[in-house]
Design a protein around this ligand. Structure first.
Ligand SMILES: [Zn+2]
Length: 172
């Protein structure tokens, strides 16, 4: 499903299981946040077609953390540079999020769901990956790399961040 969050941000959510994908238009370039799961590939392709977006023309993809339901369609974006946290991604192909040079984005490290989970603040929108969801739900900490104490610290950190719109990794 395609949902316009504001004039620069589109949310894609899917019937099959997989993360939401966010498209952020900054200076006429589209930045992708997460790529969903293999199970959502055909829905994603259809949505991109409807939006007249060629996946090969996407320059930057940001991965909020390294879980299969957020990274399943990376290969569709064959010309993009991928950014993620080195604590989650050992592969050289994924560039470290510290080197992301988009001044509109503030990266907030929020370990707990995974070691390398982070959130992105863009104006008054928080892209929260699997750290927090709508209605106060929080991310699982029982998967490898998860840590309940760490996520509590991260939640405290986020409670001090001012934002109006939450764009989480799953709508639940
Ligand atoms: Zn996850």
């Amino acid at each position: 499903m395609i949902k316009k969050i504001n004039k620069n941000v589109i949310e894609l959510s899917f019937k099959n299981f997989g993360s939401c994908i966010y498209l952020v238009n900054i200076n006429k370039k589209i930045i992708l946040i997460d790529t969903g799961s293999l199970l959502t590939r055909s829905e994603l392709k259809e949505d991109l077609e409807n939006l007249k977006i060629n996946p090969e023309k996407i320059d930057i993809v940001i991965l909020t953390h390294n879980h299969w339901d957020h990274t399943g369609n990376n290969k569709l974006f064959s010309n993009a540079k991928f950014y993620g946290n080195k604590k989650d991604f050992k592969k050289e192909k994924i560039l470290d999020i510290d080197n992301l040079n988009i001044k509109e984005f503030k990266i907030i490290q929020t370990p707990g769901h995974t070691k390398g989970s982070f959130c992105i603040l863009y104006k008054d929108i928080l892209f929260s990956g699997d750290t927090i969801f709508h209605k106060g739900y929080i991310g699982r900490t029982d998967l490898p790399g998860g840590d309940p104490d760490e996520i509590q610290k991260s939640l405290k950190k986020l409670s001090k961040i001012k934002y109006k719109t939450l764009c989480p990794g799953h709508l639940l």
